[in-house]
Design a protein around this ligand. Structure first.
Ligand code: APR
Length: 232
């Protein structure tokens, strides 16, 4: 195994499960009878903006009642203490990594606490409900939408992610089902470039076969253990 200098961590809904956030594909993963794939699309936003905005309003409102768990705190510790390169890429749209104190991170699927202008592309920090037709503070158009990457849209910051994967010595995936690309393919990219690969998940995921090592269990236990191991 090569010396570890550069680490990329990918997180998914499973890391926030112990904070009380429902995962997408687990029990309780439906929202008012809708599959996430039926609500989180540009077509759904066009067809029924009330429904789509209400879905994200509910998720944004939920943030006030939840706290980072031991796994978020452990990654924040890694962020503070790891002397080499680190990039935490989250698919999550909650703000629990930041609230735990992580800084070397990015949201590839957008953020609940941000609104995006569909007309000019400006972003606006957002708290509370976001009614359809809200005016963009930058251009004035009534076109603000949740700043969320819908199915069929390009995830954010892919260049930075690809660069980090290309340089990674270790790729670690935490709490994600491996059902949604491109994130599901990061393990293969990292391997291709020679990285060691580790999965931390409650159960075997769709991508488990690609990892050199998989550890099964709750993130709140596995992540602090792994961080302690890496930091020595
Ligand atoms: N600890 C670790 N893993 C857990 C825990 C836990 N406490 N609880 C659940 N998991 C695992 C599940 O076993 C599952 O493999 O987390 C994974 C969550 O999978 P999904 O619900 O599919 O969430 P995710 O992989 O983040 O979804 C990817 O799909 O809907 C889109 O854009 C949305 O970012 C999301 C993307």
């Amino acid at each position: 195994m090569r010396d570890i200098q550069s680490i990329v961590v990918l997180t998914g809904a499973g890391i926030s499960a112990e904070s009380g956030v429902a995962t997408f594909r687990g029990p309780g993963g439906l929202w008012e009878g809708h599959r996430v794939e039926d609500v989180c699309t540009p077509q759904a936003l066009q067809r029924d903006p009330e429904l789509v905005h209400r879905f994200y309003d509910a998720r944004r409102a939920q943030l006030t009642g939840i706290e980072p768990n031991a796994a978020h705190l452990a990654l924040a510790r890694l962020d503070a203490e790891w002397p080499g390169e680190l990039l935490i890429v989250t698919q999550n749209v909650d703000d629990l990594h930041e609230r735990a104190g992580a800084t070397r991170m990015l949201h590839m699927h957008g953020e609940l606490k941000s609104a995006l202008c569909a007309a000019c592309g400006a972003r606006e920090p957002w708290e509370g409900a976001l009614p359809p037709g809200s005016a963009c503070p930058a251009c004035g158009t009534a076109a603000l939408r949740p700043d969320i990457v819908f199915f069929g849209e390009m995830p954010y910051r892919m260049e930075a992610i690809d660069r980090a994967l290309g340089e990674a010595d270790l790729f670690v995936s935490i709490g994600t089902s491996g059902a949604v690309y491109p994130a599901a393919g990061f393990v293969q990219t990292a391997r291709y470039h020679g990285a060691d690969t580790l999965e931390l998940n409650l159960e075997p995921s769709g991508g488990s076969i690609w990892f050199a090592e998989s550890r099964m269990g709750p993130a709140g236990v596995l992540v602090p253990e792994w961080v302690a191991q890496v930091l020595g």
